[in-house]
Design a binder for this molecule. Structure first.
Ligand SMILES: NC(=O)c1ccc[n+]([C@@H]2O[C@H](COP(=O)([O-])OP(=O)(O)OC[C@H]3O[C@@H](n4cnc5c(N)ncnc54)[C@H](OP(=O)(O)O)[C@@H]3O)[C@@H](O)[C@H]2O)c1
Length: 270
């Protein structure tokens, strides 16, 4: 993959860090180009055994040997983690820490630190995530390209203004859970209509996956695709009309608004 840095480290070697490191290996980076730090020996052992990369207790060592460092600790641990990292210089930092603003990272890492903030989502764990990336001024194009290439190893990447990160959290950050609920409801509905649970679940999952891929691959507006399958007086229009009567669209709008507002509240607390 083009644009990848020569070396990448992660501070924190939890689930998301592991997903990104796995993605980078899939993208062609070599184990000796990667390193991860974590205070938990069991976690370090797991990463070293599973991925064959170097691990260390020392966040400072990760920063020393990596061109790009992914900050992948929980929000409560960033102050402690940053205390070991070089200030005003060092590597390009890519933070995936939910709700942690660039201004906060700048306070912890120095005013001239190079920082990219990213909001990934859980399908990154299987390389099918979508990440929104934001930066403030002053980042050179090559740094942005490197950060984008690293995130592209676990899915798609879009760019947004930092002020829209709460909206990203409300949509794609929390979004997988909305889709799980929809899949659960479809499956239950199938069972109610007489299908076995396993068949209903397979039908529900493949329907969601296939419909999403059709939207992506056709490039057509979902409303157009929907109209095409809803023939007059047919089955689909009957189902759609029940969904609209139940307020699906308005409920989704409210769900994203509530999650966005909650993300804003949590960010204000931090
Ligand atoms: N999971 C998601 O879908 C998702 C989506 C978007 C953003 N994020 C963000 O990604 C970040 C990581 O999430 P995760 O699910 O991967 O969490 P996680 O599995 O808990 O991983 C965090 C790791 O960091 C380690 N750690 C704690 N303090 C540290 C320190 N001072 N220096 C270095 N490492 C330290 C933790 O060790 P201990 O267990 O010993 O504390 C843990 O192994 C979070 O900030 C989260 O907000 C996650």
């Amino acid at each position: 993959m083009s644009g990848l840095p020569e070396s990448v480290g992660t501070v924190g070697a939890g689930n998301m860090a592991e997903a990104i490191l796995r993605g980078l290996l899939r993208a062609g980076m070599l184990p000796d180009q990667l390193i991860a730090s974590d205070p938990d020996p069991a976690r370090r052992k797991h990463i070293a055994n599973e991925l064959g990369i170097r691990t260390t207790e020392s966040n400072a060592q990760v920063a020393q040997v990596s061109e790009l460092v992914v900050l992948a600790v929980k929000p409560a641990h960033i102050e402690a983690a940053a205390a070991d990292l070089p200030h005003d210089g060092g590597p390009l930092y890519v933070s995936i820490i939910a709700g942690c603003r660039i201004a906060t990272l700048r306070r912890l890492l120095g005013s001239s630190a190079r920082i990219v903030r990213v909001m990934p989502n859980t399908p990154a764990l299987i390389g099918s995530g979508v990440s929104a990336l934001a930066t403030d001024s002053g980042l050179v194009a090559e740094d942005l390209e490197r950060a984008q290439a690293v995130l592209a190893a676990v899915g798609r990447v879009v760019r947004v203004r930092e002020s829209l990160m709460d909206a990203v959290t409300g949509l794609s950050g929390s979004g997988p859970a909305y889709v799980y609920l929809f899949i659960e409801a479809l499956t239950e509905a199938g069972v109610q209509e007489g299908l076995s649970a396993s068949v209903a679940r397979e039908l529900a999952v493949e329907t969601v996956l296939g419909a999403a891929r059709l939207v992506r691959e056709s490039g057509e507006h979902p409303a157009l695709l929907r109209e095409r399958v809803a023939s007059p007086g047919g089955t689909t229009i009957a189902g759609l009309s029940a969904l609209e009567q139940g307020g699906l669209r308005a409920t989704v709008l409210r769900a994203v608004r509530a999650a966005t507002a909650r993300s804003r509240e949590l960010g204000a607390d931090s």
